[in-house]
Design a protein around this ligand. Structure first.
Ligand code: HEC
Length: 117
């Protein structure tokens, strides 16, 4: 009986800290900027991506986390958004021409900003 109680308390604490974690790493202001930019330019990104969870493509927050300390990131992501991407995250491909190169550069910056500094 006592054991069960401790297990439930453990589960609760874990659930709370996971939630707190998700809330602290996402920069909500920049998430809004990214969504607004995508909508404003009528881009198709959100049919395969979401900010906070994996769908067809990786979550934007996970892309931000993966590259945050990599100095070549901006040019690399710009290229991949403009020309498509294969084999980095799994077996699904990202098609090319989803955005112009100028748009791709802005999008890369916005995606990289999603992680709170
Ligand atoms: C048809 C589905 C689809 C659309 C539309 C799409 N993507 Fe993707 N995207 C993917 C998939 C799948 C991957 C993973 C590709 C891989 O593993 O290399 C990906 C990967 C990425 C990456 C990571 C590239 C890397 O080098 O790690 C970025 C950044 C990205 N997409 C941004 C965007 C943006 C911004 C848009 C809109 C302009 C967009 N995507 C539209 C499916 C899509």
């Amino acid at each position: 009986m006592k054991k069960k109680l401790w297990i439930s308390i453990g589960v609760l604490i874990t659930a709370f800290s996971l939630q707190a974690n998700a809330a602290t790493y996402l920069n909500q202001t920049d998430a809004d900027k990214l969504s607004n930019y995508i909508n404003h330019n009528s881009l198709a990104c959100m049919s395969c991506h979401a900010i906070n969870q994996k769908t067809v493509g990786p979550a934007f927050i996970d892309i931000s986390r993966r590259y945050k300390n990599n100095p070549q990131t901006l040019s690399r992501l710009t290229l991949h958004i403009a020309n498509g991407s294969t084999g980095v995250w799994g077996s699904m491909n990202m098609p090319s021409n989803m955005a112009t190169e100028a748009q791709a550069k802005t999008l890369s910056r916005l995606i990289l900003n999603l992680i709170k500094k």
